[in-house]
Design a protein. Sequence first.
Lengths: 625, 168, 100
Amino acid sequence: MDLLTAIVLLPLAGFLINGLFGARLGRGFVSAVGCGLPLLAFAAAVSCYLGLTGGDGAPLIATSYTWAVVGDHSFEIGFWFDRLSAVMTLIITGVGSLIHIYSTGYMKDDPGYARYFAYLNLFLFFMLLLVLGRSLLVCFVGWEGVGLASYLLIGFWFEDPEKARAGKKAFITNRVGDAGFLLGMFLLYHALGTLQFDGVQAAFAGGAPAALSADLVGILLFIGATGKSAQIPLHVWLPDAMAGPTPVSALIHAATMVTAGVYLVARLNGIYSHAPIASEVIAVIGVATALFAATVAVTQTDIKKVLAWSTISQLGYMFLALGVGAYGTAVFHLYTHAFFKACLFLGAGSVIHALSGEQDIRRMGGLARRIPVTFATFAIATAAIAGIPPLAGFFSKDEILWFAFASDRGGSPLLWAVGAATALLTAFYMFRLLWLTFLSPSRMSEEAAHHVHESPPSMTGVLVVLAVLSAVGGFVALPHFLAPLLPVPQVGAGLEDYETPLLVVSVVIALAGLAGAALLYGRGPARADALAARVPRLHRLLYGKYFVDELYDALITRPIKWVSSVVFLRGGDRWLIDGTLHGLAALAQLTAGVLSRVQAGGLQRYVLLAGIGVLACVAWVWRHV
Amino acid sequence: MTETLWLYAFSAAAVAGALVMLIARHPMRVAVALIGTMLSLAGIYAVLGVHVIAVFQVLIYVGAVMVFMVFVIMMLDTRDTSFVARYSHLLLPGLLVAALLAAALGAVLAHRIGVAPRWGAGGDFRLQPFSVAFLRDYWLQFELTSVLLVIAVVAAIAVIKGRGGRDG
Amino acid sequence: MDRTQFLLALSVALFCLGLLGVIVRRNALVMLMCMELMVNGVVLSLVAFAARGGGAAGAALVFLVFVVAAAEIAIAIPIVLLLVRQRRTLDIGAYADLRG
């Protein structure tokens, strides 16, 4: 068994062990297995990475298993480790392991401890299958699998019907996207005869093959990505997914699963390079989602929901980058985002833990002194996401904005302008969060204020590591590292001079957001509430998330329920099927009723009938003999 | 020939007896009519030369079966509703069916059996030769019928004696 | 028409008259007697064929039919007696319980 397959199978082993035996073997065992195996996988990933860079740069390939042979097509399960896979795998196993360690502290008192770690390991297994898969088929298996794991973990506390419903919503919304993914896969296979990534890349190396509409495939696969990565119009599941435990939100809905869509487009950059319409669609949807989500985040009052909308917004940035051909930059932002978003979510978890379950920021405040480590790490991560130099977020976000403006593959000032507006809003609402949670005067209830305590080292240690990574992670020249694989787009003619001015504008935007937030929220929400009271309709629109959920409910859910209830249940099932059965039974009864009148009990009547029968027999025999 | 005349006479008597059976009201008259028919049939058998059967017809059928029937008629009070209203409500359909059946069978007879050859000599139907042939060739059937008779005796006793469990 | 055909015609007549009697007469005992008439009709046809050339086989069969008829009447009469004991009438219309 080679190292590459081992990376994938170690978390699977963790799932099986904890799932089957965990409940009986106690917390310590579950923690050891649940955290140890992902750490081993991380070590294996580092080893593979060193092997990759130490050698000639050729990708590592491992073919495990021939899944199916249909005629003269065969489908294998194989793994592929090149630079892009290396980055993804290191993030997944690295940040993943950290979150596992954090969970040992956060989920300490939960009765479903073993089940939690089993599901978390299952998620890691599927996610690794997704990024290490050599063909779209293996990737799709992983894609579906992370959807499953996400459902299981969102609805972890399934006894609460709201939480269970959130899990269901996530799964079903994902499924809608997956329909597009499948169609794209079918088209690709039909035209090219292969689903392997290297095969697809090779087919597109010299321009789009004639048999295939690259735009159509690109859009279909992107539909799948909108489902998984929560872009418009399939973003509705992510805010509800906050019903799950906070480490789950950090791992799945910030650092890894939601980035699967970004990975997919980056991996298939061969297709998208030759699909200008699809790329434009991606860029427009990405930036629109970014702005849309940022406007909603400004009004939200649940600490996790703010971070959820922030995630949607940042994913929009990644897709903006992909849409203008800056694939490496998108992955760079994915990488930095994993650090600071995970840090933010885990920090939020720490706050919730400190306040014994409170999640409403209107009832927080004044925590900076009382939980200093959490505050410090949260502040660093907030600065990173806002784009304040020299933290990680600044580098990746600025590069995205630069290519949005200057790329010759669709960059335009309009895209830049929307992106910049979103950046301003991002800085604003993140610092709003910081102020309202930590720095403004306390609005906590007496009860909560009394019990505030710092989180255990298992949690704070991880926060510190992630904060450090958020700070210095930007200095790794990731796009350069990925350039052989993911080409850097050309800058449009005559636009090079704008680079420095735009850089300065980015910094100014970040600081403006900081100032605005401090001004408005420095003393608590009162001033902002007064402002909101002056534009009640706008505030209601934003707070209600533009009523997209309600729209879908009216347009899609209710009609489907109506059709199911009236057409299928009452019409098809009760009237047609039951009616036919009852009708047949009634017919049989009717016939029996009529025929049974023959046997009325009169003996002579029976003899008469027998006589008629004999007569008939004689007549028949005589005619035919 | 005289044989044919006797045949016609006995046949007429048999049919007359049958008609009386259908018309007479009192069961005793019906029984007497039946006895008459049976005796006519015995006569026919004798004319045909099947003496042994003729004798058995009189001995068994008239002598045992009809006597038993007469005995029961005398035992029961027969002046009930069936005395007043002789015929069931199926008179007309019954007439129709019986007539049709007779016509059908008669038509078959008229067509089929005309000039079919005889396949053997008449056979000796006096008592002694018949008995010898009977018990030599058909002894198994003979034994089986004795079993049947035993069963009939047992059944008759069971019917009469087991009236506690039977509700008619 | 030869002798056999005539006797068979007579046999058909007796059989059909007996069948008619079973269907139309209401008295249970008269019905039994009409059934006996039917049997006699059949026996006549057997004897006609035996006389024609069937030999001892026909006669033996007739003998066995007599035995069976005797056994049959030995059972039928007690059954009628039991029925009458219950319902106190010989009218067959009173016994209509064998219904479907």
